[in-house]
Write a protein that binds this ligand. Structure first.
Ligand SMILES: Cc1cc2nc3c(=O)[nH]c(=O)nc-3n(C[C@H](O)[C@H](O)[C@H](O)COP(=O)(O)O)c2cc1C
Length: 197
C-alpha cells in the first residue's frame, strides 16, 4: 500500500468482528513497530501482545469498557482480537544516559527537559496503527483507566509502565465516531508556525 494511502485510511476504529488476525501478521506488525526511534537508542519500549479472551477482557476492564457500554457503545475493547499494550521502562533511559558517551561534562546524567520515554511510546503507538492499516486491518487505541489492574492482570513488573493499548482486527459494521466527529480540526495556522511563533 502507498504510504499516502496508509495515512489516509488511518483512523481509530471502535468496532471489530470476531475474525482472528493470523499470528504471523501480528508478529510482523510488532516487529516493525518496535523499530520506532528512541532517545539515545535507549529502547525503553515493551509490548505485551494479548490475544486470549480472558486477557483481553482484563485489559478491557482496565481500559474502562463499562464507561463505553454505559454510553451505548459495544464492547469494542474486549472484542478486538488483538491488544498490544504499549509500555515503557523509564530506567532504560537513565541507564543509557549514564553511559560515558551520554554523560555531561561534570559526569552527571542530563536533566530531562521532557520525559522522552512517553514520546517514544507515542511513536511506537503510531507505528502500530500504521502497520496494522498497511496489513489491511483496522486499529484503534484506548487509554487505561486503571493502570494497576492492567499491570496485575498481565504480570507487568513495577519498573515498566503501561502507557496505552492498541487494538487490531477486522473492522465491524458499527461506525462509532469518537471525539473527531464532535468538533473540527484547529486552523492550520494555530498548529503550524513558520520561522517564528
Ligand atoms: C494518546 C491517545 C489516547 C486515546 N485514548 C482513547 C480512548 O481511551 N478511547 C477512545 O475511544 N479513543 C481514544 N483515542 C482516540 C482519539 O479520540 C482519536 O485519535 C481522535 O479523536 C482523532 O480521531 P482519529 O484518530 O480517528 O483521526 C486516543 C488517542 C490517542 C492518541
Amino acid at each position: 500500500m502507498e504510504f499516502a494511502d496508509v495515512l489516509r485510511r488511518r483512523k481509530m476504529v471502535r468496532s471489530y468482528t470476531d475474525e482472528p488476525v493470523p499470528p504471523g501478521v501480528v508478529a510482523r506488525i510488532v516487529e516493525r513497530a518496535r523499530k520506532a526511534p528512541s532517545a539515545g537508542f535507549s529502547q525503553g519500549l515493551r509490548f505485551v501482545v494479548v490475544t486470549e479472551p480472558d486477557g483481553r477482557r482484563a485489559v478491557a476492564n482496565a481500559g474502562g469498557e463499562e464507561w463505553y457500554t454505559e454510553r451505548g457503545m459495544s464492547t469494542w475493547l474486549s472484542q478486538a482480537p488483538v491488544h498490544v499494550v504499549v509500555c515503557v521502562r523509564e530506567e532504560d533511559y537513565h541507564e543509557r544516559y549514564s553511559r560515558a558517551d551520554k554523560l555531561q561534562a561534570d559526569g552527571t546524567e542530563i536533566e530531562w527537559p521532557v520525559p522522552w520515554w512517553y514520546a517514544d511510546a507515542g511513536k511506537a503507538i503510531m507505528l502500530l496503527l500504521l502497520c496494522a492499516v498497511d496489513e489491511g486491518l483496522a486499529a484503534g487505541m484506548f487509554g487505561l483507566h486503571d493502570t494497576a489492574a492492567c499491570r496485575e492482570a498481565l504480570g507487568i513488573p513495577e519498573d515498566v509502565t503501561p502507557v496505552g493499548v492498541v487494538t487490531i482486527g477486522h473492522a465491524g459494521a458499527a461506525k462509532v465516531e469518537g471525539s473527531r466527529s464532535k468538533f473540527p480540526w484547529k486552523p492550520l495556522e494555530e498548529v503550524v508556525r513558520w520561522e517564528h511563533w
